[in-house]
Write a protein that binds this ligand. Sequence first.
Ligand code: IPT
Length: 967
Amino acid sequence: MSFRTSPKLSAPLEQGGPPAEYVEDVSPGSGALPPRAWYASSDARSLSLNGSWRFRLSATIDAEDDSFAEEGYEAGGWAEVTVPGHWVLQGDGAFGSPIYTNHLYPFPVDPPHVPTENPTGDHLRAFDLPSDWPSDGGAVLRFDGVESCARVWLNGTELGEFKGSRLPHEFAVGHLLKPGENVLAVRVHQWSAGSYLEDQDQWWLPGIFRDVTLLHRPAGSVGDFFVHASYDHTTGEGTLRVDSDVDGRVTVPALDIDVATGESVTVAVEPWTAETPRLYDGVLATEGERVPLRIGFRTVVLEDGLIKVNGRAVLFKGVNRHEWHPEQGRALDLETMREDVLLMKRHNLNAVRTSHYPPHPAFLDLCDEYGLWVIDECDLETHGFTEQDWRDNPVDDDRWTPALLDRAARMVERDKNHPSIVFWSLGNEAGTGRGLTAMAEWIHDRDPDRLVHYEGDWNCRDTDVYSRMYAFHDEVDKIGQRLDGGTHKRRELPFIQCEYGHAMGNGPGGLADYQELFEKYERLQGGFIWEWIDHGVKHPELGYAYGGDFGEELHDGNFVCDGLVFPDRTPSPGLVEYKKVIEPVHIEGDGANGIVRITNKQDFADLSALAFEWSCQVDGETVESGSLSVPALAPGESAEVKLPEPPVDGRGGERQWTVRALLADDTLWAAKDHVVAWGQFAAGARPLPSFPATDRPVRDGDRFTLGPAAFDARTGALLSIGDVEVSAPRLDVWRAPTDNDDGAEWQTDTRYGMLWRTLGLHRMRHRLVAVEAGDDALTVRTRVAPAAREVGLDTVYRWTSDGERLKLTVSVTPEGDWTVPLPRLGVRFGLPEADGVEWFGGGPGEAYPDTRTASMVGRWQSTVDRLQTPYLRPQENGARADVRWVELGGLRIEGDPEFWFTARRWTTEQLDAARHRTDLTPGDTVWVNLDHGQHGIGSQSCGPGPLPQYFLKAEPAEFAFVFSTTR
Ligand code: IPT
């Protein structure tokens, strides 16, 4: 077939209906009404057509004719699906399965053609028009989201067809409605020309996945309207003007506003910001309808090279959010959307990029209400064309421009009345081209009061911000200093990272280092973590499935599991870390002088919503606490506050201060006392365990005894401590590589996860050199090295005892030319049983050298099972940082110095081999790692590896542990 170009956004329906070729037609469709604002009327009737629909799946677009759409068609034998929903996630596999690819098109790149095998779902819904449905006016049928192409009939009459999966499409149907039963028929094709524009990194999930609604349109009802509500920070006044297709009046009782549409009114208002989301309830009333308004006054401008809202530069602490539910896919219910917003607010986030398509509109209502800055992104990505150097890229081909403009218009018109939206984004990863420029021009013209974002054009031809993804720290530093060059236009623009901190598996590392840069340079206005949620699909055998688990011929594995929350929305350690890194109040202390310095890092709000609390810990246990009076500092202000006299403690333990900022009252998003920020600082140095080596090793047959311990006399291996039998501690340098250790294949910097395996660090051999019983120590000398290599670690275990306790001092001396850092350095041993765990050190969650900001020193309790972080693809996890001592399995272990502690019911080798959580089954031994060092985590699964300061270099090291029994 040939291209048909359409100069209009949405062509009128042709006589006789469109040809079947509409599927591969690059035009956006035909028959639909022009796009307009999305709203819920106060008084016009509506009827949800969500629910159970009749469903028939065909393998191709023409396997069945369209007689099913005719009146009287008998579909009693058909299956059923739930709308909204994706058919591949229903029917227990009977309706095909999801496909996951990152950027590769799962079909030949042959635009606009799609495969003959094109799953096609015929949907039928009979509904009764309520008997009191008004007979005046008209009616509109609205589809909020259908992937990827739909053709629609009502009562046997064809309405049209459309593409643009995550955008609304409306049809005028008043003339077709009948009293009593009506039948809506929808034919949905998985693949269409539109699929070329929807190559986002996510599951391909066909279906009617958002609401279907019938809307009564009374005579004189509101059609489209545009709320313009600006704020002048110099006067404290807001100006409101509501433009409406149909004339009417606008009232805002709290502001005594009652004006005609199209008229401006200026009054004193409280502005809307993400920190102070003040909304004013209003009403737009026309002759035929009343529409509730939620008005937020704010002004977004580009000024002095900065993104300013209400006169102040903002710092985005954001995240990229795809819509995801492990069972419903992208068909989210309101409560799930609210959960996302609540979790974001509770973790100090202030911004969302709706990657990579406009979300369900209800999500934007929540952003308005709870307060989140939004980059609303268009449903556009053509990433797969990168495989052919962007040849034939639709965004640089005029034939596709109407489709691009249609998408831009459907986004802007639908969402334009949300104060939370500060940026329109043209799309993601679509290269560059004239189509993007056309979109940007149209958007700038239609809505000059917001800014335009697009990452793919580093020259910033069409955008109001220089945006990048996964730029390394050193480049971001340069950009902050304006030393990055670029076009003249780019040099004038502020910078954001629209994606960074790739939250795949364990990580992301290095967030605190980015935040430091964002806070240091004015030009850097923050960033958006990639991404919010792991797109794991609930699976009966695998727990959660990822790419490849449905037998896809092309897939990108667990690259789809890279969120700050697990599929069930449990926060991962990455989210906890991010919360701490971006906290709105900075609390640092000078413990020796009893002074705490508090800084308000917000952009708009003072500190009056927060209460402060101090506490003092001795050996991790709180001995005293009280409230701390902190002035209601304005944004950017700091104050020093004196702490009370530290409590006197005779035990001479380790003392520290903890200061917390809590919500002073209940808010919409969290209850009073919710911890927003905290700081911790030492009030004195940690006393190290003192240990006089008084005992000498005694030979007893094939054993040595030393204090409470027994050793194999031949190998020097520790056998037991008191009555606790152990599998002897040995040097361990291996960890099950994380996604970030492995790194993405396109990363150009060294990927150490690969090198570690090549070098053989996962199969180290331990050669016994000598077992020496001296006067006060049993010394075991070994050399630890991988087969086939000359590098090794000369390792000496020196055992001493004070009669009660046992001390192990490990000395490691690298031999040969070590060109790679070590994954970890410590000892691993086995315990026959252990369940409860108590420790004094960092917690409560996992931490690694560059993910440890949120690790709070204290006394923590857990269990071996709960210490595990259940990454969807199993990998190194669960280390606790700065551990002074830990008790488990009848042993107490004290570190000199502090150590990293990990315990699990499987070996590192089993963890490494597992592909899903369900591959891990507890064995008889609890494996404990006591590490002197861990290599950083970084974000190399897409982005930089760990910064050099987080490398665990192969260097001479000495560290010790003191063991005693607790029973
Ligand atoms: C970037 C994409 O924009 C995003 O959709 C996602 O794929 C992310 O990467 C990785 O998870 S593109 C990147 C490969 C430069």
